[in-house]
Write a protein that binds this ligand. Structure first.
Ligand code: ADP
Ligand code: MG
Length: 599
């Protein structure tokens, strides 16, 4: 009987480990099964090199629960360990590594996250066990079998025992707080989560856990759409089918295989969360890997498997890591290529998909310079003819008419205006998402000559007509007086259409600034933006009528102008909450007056 002292210097390391790892203690099974799998892989290599002689090697890993004894055992027929190997690899390295680790991270509040991220290998067994046994027989049978027992304190027992089959058996004596893992269903579900793609046969009790190789290992030419969808279902059982995918197979400058899926966007996009699952040599590691990906890519899903990603370093360091940066760059290029290919191969299909991924594409353009260069012309907007075009196509088509201005409208809000632009054969793009205003700003900074303008954002020459029907100076003066107590400046302009009596001109830059402030939920006073410009159309018959009324019934004319102003705001989606009630009251009053007059 031999006893040893663990080469660690803190006697109370176990409570710290248990506490730090508590939230993620299920990873013990991932660590121990991976060790078993590694041991088998190593033995296979030795057999191939003729350094180990085992006939008909049939690798397997078995996980068993003994409810009565309250143990879980993990048995593999891998290369095994001699007594001195147990001392070196288990007693010393694993434990001292753990100590160093805890020392390093005990003070930082990031420790919980980091630990769960890559586990502590063998030591993680102590998160759920009060005692751990290792029974091992090396493939090199000149070494006798060994039995190692530890309760996680700094002493252990290591004894020679009767000859065992080649391989290693780990027996965990489950502590009272972790008895949930003694339930077969629970244990099996955890093992499935982490080890579904393990390369060697894995059983829990009699059930085989891993069946197929993960699809990302197969060569892309040999994968069918059905297989891609099936694999997605396996990763995300309750999600609708993805809309397209990118199969990754990178050898240089780092190794990575995987499949990235573009999910069907159902509800609101969830930012700040990451869904892509990271594997390391077919063992699931985590899906909380947002530090590894540029933010916009966290919208994607799928599996990536790379032995080269640095999982065991602190997260702030990850940002600076070269491999991580290259990963982002590489994926960004792959995604851009895929989108380009979708666009080129069938524009109609692309447009259908586009609606699902426009936010992704736009975010990517804002956040990633290279992605912008590659995909800016893949961002499309619907124009007045219901065609989907890029900004560049708009500029090319409109350069005679609008110079370098790009007109847009939001949904249907400035509908009555659209006609005005149509009459002038000036195209207008439809902006559908709030991100557009950031995108426009971004594009303006990239192309200084280009200016984006909402159709009610400026009084451009093309909106006014050369001929004016009546001067209406008197009306202008009257209107100015009517609004003098409000933050409203009145102008009289001959618009090129008679059907629009008036509109409120909202300066593009001011509106963007205001929308930005709103988005930031900042309080601001409307005065910050100066007076609103109310433009009366001197070519509108309605305006002429008001001018007439003003001569005999100035009070009514004043009400009518106020009503016209509110209606303009309303149709431009700019009527404020507190203006609604006065507007309704006035509407009723005018309505009543109209009824009385008729009868
Ligand atoms: P890592 O797997 O990162 O090396 P671990 O703490 O998980 O760290 O394991 C330490 C070492 O113990 C392994 O590198 C391996 O040499 C040895 N080991 C652990 N489990 C087994 C096993 N089931 N069979 C053979 N060797 C093992
Ligand atoms: Mg390990």
């Amino acid at each position: 009987m031999a006893q040893g002292t663990l080469k660690i210097h803190s006697e109370n390391i176990l409570p710290i480990i248990k506490k730090s790892l508590y939230s993620d203690k299920e990873i013990f099974i991932r660590e121990l099964v991976s060790n078993a799998s590694d041991a088998i892989t190593k033995l296979k290599v030795l057999i191939e090199k003729n350094e180990a002689s085992i006939s008909d090697f049939a690798p397997e890993i078995r996980v068993k629960i003994d409810k009565e004894a309250k143990t879980i055992s993990i048995t593999d027929n891998g290369l095994g360990m001699s007594a001195s190997e147990i001392e070196t690899y288990i007693a010393q390295i694993a434990f001292s590594g753990a100590e160093e680790f805890v020392k390093k991270y005990d003070t930082s509040n990031e420790k919980d996250k980091i630990i769960g991220h890559f586990g502590l290998g063998f030591y993680s067994a102590f998160m759920v066990s009060k005692q751990v046994e290792v029974i091992s027989q090396s493939f090199n049978t000149s070494n006798p079998s060994s039995h190692f027992v530890s309760d996680g304190s700094n002493t252990y027992d290591l004894n020679q025992i009767d000859t065992q089959p080649i391989g290693t058996k780990i027996v965990l004596h489950i502590d009272s707080e972790s008895e949930e893992f003694l339930e077969e269903e629970k244990l099996e579900s955890v093992i499935k989560k982490y080890c579904s793609f393990l390369p060697h046969p894995l059983f829990v009790g009699e059930n085989r856990i891993n069946e197929k190789d993960p699809l990302y290992l197969k060569s892309p030419q040999d994968c069918t759409d059905e297989e891609y969808k099936e694999f997605y279902q396996k990763l995300y059982p309750f999600e609708p089918a993805p809309i397209f995918w990118i199969h990754l197979n990178i050898d240089y400058p780092f190794n990575l295989k995987g499949i990235l899926y573009f999910p069907k966007v159902t509800e609101r996009l969830e930012f700040g969360k990451c869904f892509t699952k990271l594997f390391c040599n077919r063992v699931y590691v985590s899906s909380d890997i947002k530090e590894l990906l540029p933010e916009y890519m966290t919208l994607l899903r799928g599996a990536i498997d790379s032995p080269d990603l640095p999982l065991n370093v602190s997260r702030s360091y990850l940002h600076m890591d070269k491999t991580v940066r290259q990963l982002g760059l590489h994926l960004s290029k792959k995604i851009a290529d895929k989108l380009q290919q979708l666009y080129t191969s069938n524009k109609e299909d692309y447009v259908t998909l586009y609606k699902q991924m426009e936010v992704f594409l736009k975010l990517g353009n804002l956040q990633d310079e290279k992605f912008y260069e590659r995909t800016r012309d893949l961002i499309l907007f619907e124009n007045s003819k219901a065609e989907w075009i890029s900004i560049q196509q708009y500029l090319d088509a409109m350069k005679e008419k609008t110079k370098s201005k790009v007109y847009y409208h939001i949904d249907t809000s400035e509908n009555h205006f659209l006609q005005l632009f149509k009459d002038q054969q000036v195209d207008v793009l439809r902006s559908t998402s709030p991100i557009d205003s950031h995108l426009f700003q971004h594009l303006e900074s990239k192309m200084p000559e280009v200016k984006f303008q909402r159709i009610d954002g400026g009084m451009d020459d093309l909106l006014t007509s050369q001929e004016e029907h009546q001067p209406k100076e008197e009306l202008l003066q009257f209107a100015k007086d009517s609004f003098k107590d409000h933050q409203v400046e009145v102008e009289l302009k001959p618009l090129s259409s008679q059907t629009i009596p008036a509109f409120v001109l909202i300066d593009e830059d001011q509106r963007r600034f205001r929308d930005y402030m709103r988005l930031q939920k900042q309080d601001f006073s409307q005065d910050l933006f100066g007076k609103k410009k109310f433009v009366l159309n001197s070519n509108s018959p309605m305006v002429s009528k008001i001018e007439e009324i003003q001569k005999n019934k100035p009070e009514l004319a004043k009400e009518l102008l106020a009503q016209l102003y509110d209606l303009s705001l309303l149709s431009q989606k700019e009527l404020g909450q507190d203006a609604i009630q006065p507007f309704l009251n006035r509407s009723m009053k005018l309505f009543e007056a109209l009824l009385c007059e008729k009868n």
